[in-house]
Structure formats: structure tokens, C-alpha cells
Design a protein around this ligand. Structure first.
Ligand SMILES: *[C@@H]1O[C@H](CO)[C@@H](O)[C@H](O)[C@H]1NC(C)=O
Ligand SMILES: *[C@@H]1O[C@H](CO)[C@@H](O)[C@H](O)[C@H]1NC(C)=O
Ligand SMILES: [Fe+2]
Length: 444
């Protein structure tokens, strides 16, 4: 980078100024001894299989004991058939789902297949094949009892950093992958969605990937595509109908003592909106004796001390924070800001031992690079902040204790840079029996 700045002595002042205007992060790397990870190259993956073979295979949880297998074929006649079983090469069961495709300007997608399989046994490895041909895939179902482990990372993209993050995520065991928005960074270039699907297939075909949308999924175009999310909704179908939602942009699901709520930062959220009403009834339906942990994910953070994206989650916070607080939601994960930040438990901008703990984890490795500047002086609500690529792990050990850790990418390896024990709010009488907190919404 520095060579770009000292190639012409007579214009050194001008070029320095110009350089810093173009590459403001250089100023920062001069300020700090520690040089932050630079942006890495885009990785595009080609289809190596035949047209009728599955590509971009990924799985997601549906209901108590089912899994949705999603994949794409170039061939428009392939059936949405999934054959599966617990022995490799011997498929004792099969299911047929549905298929669709979409158009975006001159681009026409391949045939997008969605097939729900099950009921499946917990903690069991299943082998499966899609569309009657092509490679065999396998996945392991989540357990039926604690402990359970979630890998969490947002703003993934498809760069060499994305690859290293995914390798680190994969290097130790976990049960379910959670992604708080910004997947492919296709930004309307539809073939990049296909490329992303192929990049993540080795991971997303063997563990359930539960995702919610980010701003890079919007892809609206005036008059022609006013509602947006065309590629996202077609390619990343989540169990919204199964959770009483009318939109793929927000839904919930349950797995081993955890009720996980995926919210939509880029659809209506005010108190008259469908999403708000759905969230209210979803929270009312939570049975804490079945799911002592309640966790929410969304894209634009409600709490953020980075200079990037300041205030972008604020109107959603004002609309929905009280619902989450009243319902004793334990944790809220966000993405959007390309850095890691962990807060204390908060309600309405103040530390509150009965509020959710907030984490921003938008550091998956996308092509836009890191959000380097945190505001100073640091807020007492923010307990750890660092602009590095990495991923997080939430291990829920039992109904009262969980451990959160953040792994910083260190080139070919990664290591734990932050960690904290978390106690469920369900286990705190001070929070669950607090008359100040409404446990129902009868007055509305
Ligand atoms: C839950 O796990 C924590 C941490 O391992 C342990 O200290 C605690 O005793 C466990 N509680 C129960 C009820 O098993
Ligand atoms: C980070 O990577 C460097 C270079 O590969 C290595 O020397 C160092 O030990 C690593 N640090 C940790 C904590 O793994
Ligand atoms: Fe974003």
C-alpha cells in the first residue's frame, strides 16, 4: 500500500493527501503499531458438476425433527427428490419437495429445489443425495438435550478471509450455524449468489445454516423490483411459515432448550407492522420450561460504538427493544458493522442486569474490509471491541449457563480473543418475577 504514496517527489504532499483521502485506513495504521488485516481478494467458485447434479446445497432446521435441503440445478427438469438414510450409499427414505426459479433482469436462476426430510433422530449422521444423481452429502442432526453449540458470524461475503473464517468455524464441532445478515455481497450481480452458494456448500450442506437478511440482500430496483429480496427469498428459504410468520424476512425456531428469533432490519418493524405483531405473539408463545434460553438475531445493531453505521438500528431499537426486554430475551446478536463488539446487559441505553446482552459480530470477512474506528472515549456499556475478522461460538451448557467466545482470525489459525460466561435470565427470579416487567401484552 505504501508504495502508492511515494512515487512522485514533486507531488509528495498532494499525493499523500490524495492517498489518505482514498485509503483513510492508512492514517490509522500509522497511528497504531498493530496493522489490521487488510481486505483480501474476492473468491469466485465455478460449477464443476454436470447440469443435473446438485450445486449450492445447504440445509436448515424445520420444526422439531425435520431438515430442509435446498439446492440448485442448471437442468430445468431435475426432480426435487432427496434420498437419505443413516448408511452411506444406502438410502432407506426419500422425500420430494418443490422447485422454483426467478428472474432478475437478464439473469434466470437455475432450478431451486427445497425438500423437507424427516422425522430424523437427534445426534445422528444422515447421508443424502439430491435429485437422484451427483455426490453424496452428509449432516449431523442437533442433539435432543444440552449442551448445544452455535457458531455465529455475520457479513460473510466471499473473499479469502471468508474462506479462512469458514475453515476456522469448521475446525471444531458445533451444531447449528447462525448468520445475522449479509451473505453473498452479490449486490444485484446474480451469478455471485451462485458463486457464494458453491463456496459455502461444504459447510452449509453438513450443518444447518439459519440466516436472516442484511442490507446486501435487499437488491431493489425502482419500479421493476420495488420489494427486493428476490434472490435471498428464493435461495435461502427459512422456516417462516412453520413459525407463524408471513414473511421469510423474520421467523423463529427452537432447538435444544433455545428459542431463536430471526428479525428483519430491512422490513417494517413499527408497532403497526406485521413483524411487530408476529414478534409479540412469538414471544408470548415461548415456554421457558421448554426453551429457557431466548436469543434474537438482526442485522443493524441497536447498540454500536463503532463509527460505522451509527444510528442505523436506532428506529428498530425504539420500536422493539421493550418487547425483547419484557420477554427476558437473553442475547441479541447483530452484524452490519465489520468488527467485533461485546456489550454488557442493556435496556434503553443503560446497563440493566435483566436486559439482553448485545454482541456485534459482522466480522466474517467480506470484501468491504474492517470497520476500524471505534468512538472515543469508550462507552462503559461496551466491554470488548476489536476490528478484526473472526467468528463467535455460543455453547449452551444447561438451562442456566452458557459460554460465549470470540475467535480472531490469525491467518491460517484462529484463537480465542474474548470470552464470557452468561447466566440465563430465566434462572434469575429478580428478572422473571419483576413486576416492572410485563410478562403479557394484555393491555394492547
Ligand atoms: C450448568 O453448567 C454450569 C457450568 O458448567 C455448572 O456450574 C452448573 O452447575 C450447571 N447447572 C446445572 C443445573 O447442571
Ligand atoms: C498467529 O499466527 C502467527 C503466524 O502464523 C503465529 O506465529 C502465532 O503463534 C499465531 N498466534 C496464535 C495465538 O495462535
Ligand atoms: Fe450490512
Amino acid at each position: 500500500m505504501m508504495e502508492k504514496c511515494n512515487n512522485n517527489k514533486s507531488f509528495i504532499m498532494f499525493s499523500l493527501l490524495f492517498c489518505f483521502l482514498l485509503f483513510p485506513h492508512l492514517l490509522l495504521s500509522l497511528e497504531n503499531d498493530y496493522v489490521r488485516a487488510p481486505v483480501r481478494q474476492l473468491v469466485t467458485t465455478q460449477n464443476q458438476r454436470s447440469d443435473s447434479d446438485p450445486q449450492q446445497v445447504h440445509i436448515s432446521l424445520v420444526g422439531k425433527d425435520k431438515i430442509r435441503v435446498s439446492w440448485i440445478t442448471e437442468d430445468k427438469h431435475t426432480q426435487s427428490l432427496v434420498e437419505y438414510g443413516t448408511n452411506s450409499g444406502k438410502y432407506s427414505s426419500k422425500a420430494t419437495g418443490t422447485h422454483t426459479s426467478y428472474q432478475y433482469f437478464l439473469y434466470t436462476s437455475g432450478r431451486i429445489h427445497n425438500t423437507v426430510i424427516g422425522p430424523l433422530e437427534p445426534s445422528t449422521t444422515y447421508f443424502y443425495r439430491c435429485g437422484g444423481s451427483g455426490p453424496e452429502f452428509s449432516f449431523k442432526t442437533p442433539p435432543s438435550k444440552f449442551p448445544i453449540e452455535f457458531a455465529i458470524v455475520g457479513d460473510l461475503g466471499q473473499t479469502e478471509w471468508t474462506q479462512s473464517t469458514l475453515k476456522h468455524v469448521d475446525s471444531t464441532n458445533y451444531d447449528v450455524f447462525l448468520l445475522p445478515g449479509d451473505l453473498s455481497y452479490a449486490d444485484s450481480q446474480q451469478p455471485l449468489w451462485d458463486s457464494f452458494g458453491r463456496l459455502v456448500e461444504p459447510y452449509a450442506s453438513k450443518k444447518p445454516w439459519m440466516v436472516t437478511q442484511g442490507n446486501h440482500e435487499i437488491e431493489t430496483f425502482p419500479i421493476i423490483y420495488p420489494h427486493g429480496f428476490k434472490a435471498y427469498n428464493n435461495r435461502w428459504l427459512m422456516p417462516f411459515e412453520e413459525s407463524g410468520s408471513t414473511s421469510n424476512l423474520y421467523y423463529s425456531f427452537e432447538v435444544v432448550g433455545s428459542h431463536i428469533i430471526m428479525l428483519g432490519s430491512y422490513t417494517d418493524f413499527d408497532d403497526k407492522s406485521e413483524q411487530y405483531k408476529w414478534l409479540q405473539s412469538d414471544l408470548d408463545s415461548v415456554d421457558r420450561s421448554r426453551t429457557p434460553w431466548v436469543i434474537a438475531l438482526l442485522h443493524a445493531p441497536w447498540y454500536n460504538t463503532n463509527e460505522a453505521h451509527q444510528g442505523e438500528g436506532e428506529s428498530m431499537r425504539q420500536a422493539m427493544e421493550k418487547l425483547l426486554y419484557d420477554a427476558n430475551v437473553d442475547l441479541v446478536f447483530a452484524g452490519h458493522v465489520h468488527a467485533y463488539e461485546r456489550f454488557t446487559r442493556i435496556y434503553d441505553n443503560e446497563a440493566n442486569s435483566c436486559g439482553p446482552l448485545y454482541v456485534t459480530i459482522g466480522d466474517g470477512g467480506n470484501r468491504e474490509g474492517l470497520a476500524l474506528n471505534f468512538k472515543n472515549p469508550p462507552s462503559p456499556l461496551s466491554l470488548y471491541r476489536e476490528p478484526s475478522f473472526g467468528h463467535g461460538r455460543l455453547q449452551i451448557l444447561n438451562e442456566t449457563h452458557a459460554h460465549w467466545s470470540w475467535y480472531r482470525n490469525n491467518d491460517t489459525n484462529s484463537f480465542v480473543a474474548d470470552g464470557v460466561w452468561i447466566q440465563s435470565l430465566f434462572s434469575s427470579k429478580a428478572c422473571t418475577q419483576n413486576p416492572e416487567k410485563q410478562t403479557s401484552h394484555e393491555e394492547l
